[in-house]
Each structure stands twice: as C-alpha cells, then as structure tokens.
Design a protein around this ligand. Sequence first.
Ligand code: ADP
Ligand code: MG
Length: 348
Amino acid sequence: MLEDKKQERISLETLGEFGLIRHLTEHFTIRHKSTLKGIGDDAAVLDFTDKTVLTTDLLVEGVHFDLSYMPLKHLGYKAIAVNLSDVYAMNAKATQVTVSIAVSNRFPLEALEELYAGIALACKKFGVDLVGGDTTSSQKGMLISITALGEAKEADIVYRSGAKPNDLLVVSGDLGGAYMGLQVLEREKEVFKVNPNNQPDLEPYSYIVERQLKPEARKDIPELLKALVVRPTAMIDISDGLSSEILHLCQESKVGCNLFEEKIPLDPTVIAACEEFSMDSTLVALSGGEDYELLFTIDQQDFDKIKGNPHLTVVGHMTDASEGTHLVTRANTKIPLTAQGWNSFESE
Ligand code: ADP
Ligand code: MG
C-alpha cells in the first residue's frame, strides 16, 4: 500500500478533456429508470415520482484525504459512500451521483483510472447511476466534489428535528473503528518515512483500517427499518463522532438526551487498538468520527421491533430539553456531552 509504484505513465494532456471524460466514464451503466439522460449532454435529465433528496460534499487533498496511505481506488469508493450516507440518513433511496474533479498534472491517467474504478465499484455496490460531473485542472493536488440524489415518499423522509422526549436513541453497527484505523495508518506512515523498506503488517488491524479506508454507507438500515415497520422520528449519519451528532439531533429536535456509556457498541479490535494507543474507547467513539453509521430515534413503542437486532443498539433515550445532554458513565455519573469532534485529540 505504501510503496510508490514506478510504472508507465500517460499524461492527462495527451488525452484532452473530452477524451479523458469519455475514457473514465464509458463503462458506467444506467440502472434507474428515473435517469432519462446521464453523461453526454449539457445536463442530465431525471424523472422522479416521489420527492427528491440532494446532498453534496467537497473533498480536498491534504484536508480530507492523504494519498500517502489512501489508495485512489479506496478514495473513489469512500467519496461516493460518504455522500450516499447523507441520503440514507434522510431515510431515502440513493439513485444518482455526479462527480467533479480538479487534478494537477502530477497525476497520470492511471491515477484517475484507479479513482474511477473505486467510484464504479461504489456505484455498483450501492446501485446508483453516475449521471455527470465536471473535469478541470488544479494548480496543486486533487479536489473531488460529489453530489448525490435520492428519492423518497414525503411521509418517509426523516429529519434531524423529529425526536421527542422518551424516544429511544439507536445506533447502527459499531463506533470508533475509522478513527483507530486512522491512528494505525498515521503510525505506519511515520515508520515508513524512517524506513521505506519496512512493509507494515496491517493484518491485525484489518477491520479498523478498512473502516477508515473503505467505509460502507448504511444502505441496509433504511431498508431494514422499512421491513420492521419502524419509522425513525429523527435521524443523522455519524460523520463527526457520536457526541456531536447527538447534539445536532437534540438541538434540531429541541430535546435533551441521556447516553449510556456501557451501551456504546465497540468492536473488540477497537478496544484492543485503544489499549495499544492508550486512548479511551468511549472518547474515541464520542469524538472519533468517520464511522458513517446511522444514529436515530424511535418511539418507545417500537422497541420490541428492533430488540435483539444485531445491526442496532439502543444507546440512550431522549429527555426534556431542560434536562440537558449527558453521558451516563459506567460509574453512573452524569457528564455533559460536548461537540469535541476529532479536535479533542489534538493535544494528546
Ligand atoms: P460542459 O462543458 O457542458 O460542462 P463537459 O464537457 O464538462 O460539458 O461534460 C460533458 C459530459 O460529461 C457532461 O454530461 C458531464 O456531466 C460529464 N462529465 C464531465 N466531467 C465528468 C466527470 N469527471 N465525471 C463524470 N462525468 C463527467
Ligand atoms: Mg463541464
């Protein structure tokens, strides 16, 4: 992963902009009948029966991703996945994406082919159509902007604002993995700088490294909830860490919350990595970010429908706003939640 492959390189200028776009996008297929026209005209033409959901993300090299340990194929996959995560967080079905890129001429054609291989894989995995984008040069580095579109019945759309006191707070999957994967990758990057011949053994960390490099958007959760006949009262995806997402839900819904430390779902690999790095696993789950799990609230009456589901964990309940937002620790003390985000680790 960390080696710099010396290979035949085709420069981007030799293809020209139109040749490049055609080359990168010719193998993409259209899956949705709502896509009347995809790539190839001045604009895409879409036809939805239900309501349209739209979200966009901008990823900047050196700010949002580091190509020294992020393979371009993973980057392409992740860029699509994290965008679709926002569509799923609205309880909607993701249907189309556009991908715009700015690249400096330090990138050969093969680099963009890798990026688009990851984009293609994600489009296939999540069943979305690539319907357009823009391609331009940049003075320095790479920039990727993705817009995702989705569709949902108006009554099914879930906002951040619908949580009520006594609703249960539920999270999908487990937390903290992506952040601990990043710790491992950063450490190996430093080792590699000192000794480039040292090939890291990432095998013991494969789960958390994958959580960082190839996160999966939870397409399955809105589908699962539909099958269980559970409509969340509020929902958000976990991009910045459990703590800050809970605060968003509470603020938008005008409620408070008790989050129980002992309930926070952690993979054993995350716990082991936290021990190795002398980090507190609760703090990692609260502030780590990039897990792209879904956090939502449900009416208490729906508890029996989700009880025992291996994908879902009840981590707390909402309260009256006047009670504030708290973490209830294992020692049963109440600590106010703060939106630390991942900056909380900076001083460590
Ligand atoms: P225009 O000059 O009208 O913006 P472009 O030549 O930029 O048109 O794009 C031609 C077609 O290729 C359009 O359908 C556009 O959406 C699509 N396209 C351009 N760049 C990309 C890209 N990086 N990825 C996917 N589609 C792209
Ligand atoms: Mg254009």
